[in-house]
Design a protein around this ligand. Structure first.
Ligand code: S3P
Length: 183
């Protein structure tokens, strides 16, 4: 495997982190299109490789096995690719190895949504997210809050409470262009 930590900021992968359903995939795709880069959604990539939906992977192999799959895939992508836009599953970044790999080889953007804004989305996402099954609203809120510490380890944050995905993507691309000019 080629080591990939000494790459110029223009060539670094761009990684999107944040809670499930925050818009990482939608915004990531838009950013990739604007920058003419390939887009990789980690969950979709795992589904392709293992030929089953994430919820079925959780059911058949358990969460620990899913976490191993996502960790291996992310670390491998981080260390062997450049110029990609990558959207991580919401729990992936809780793993230290994933954080280290992303922070050293990618520009990491945290897609930040308040609890009040996020909870409006529950009906839209609950069926496809095994982590949310059989949890009360209070339990989901605790999970949401407990993950913020890991998400706070990023290079840049965009708060999307008041932004639609297109505007968020435009702002991200502008900030990247500025960083690329400066460094
Ligand atoms: C998970 C988030 C999901 C997916 C899996 C577990 C989590 O991805 O990886 O259901 O633990 O937060 P999204 O963040 O894309 O929904």
């Amino acid at each position: 495997m080629t080591e990939n930590t000494n790459i110029s900021i223009r060539e670094k992968n761009i990684a999107f982190i944040g809670f499930m359903g925050a818009g990482k995939t939608t915004i990531g795709k838009l950013v990739a299109k604007k920058l003419y880069r390939d887009f990789i959604d980690i969950d979709q990539e795992i589904e392709k490789r293992y030929k089953m939906p994430v919820s079925q992977i959780f059911q058949e192999f358990g969460e620990a096995e899913f976490r191993r799959m996502e960790r291996e895939l992310i670390v491998s992508l981080c260390t062997t690719t450049r110029l990609k836009v990558i959207s991580l599953g919401g729990g992936a970044y809780l793993q230290e190895e994933v954080r280290k790999a992303c922070l050293s080889t990618c520009i990491v953007f945290f897609i930040d949504l308040s609890w009040e804004s996020w909870k409006e989305r529950i009906p839209l996402i609950i069926d496809s997210r095994p982590i949310l099954q059989q949890k009360s609203l209070d339990e989901i809120e605790s999970l949401f809050l407990s993950r913020q510490k890991a998400y706070s380890l990023h290079h840049s944050k965009i708060s999307t409470n008041e932004l639609n995905p297109e505007t968020a993507a435009e702002q991200i691309v502008e900030s990247l262009k500025l960083a690329w000019e400066l460094y």
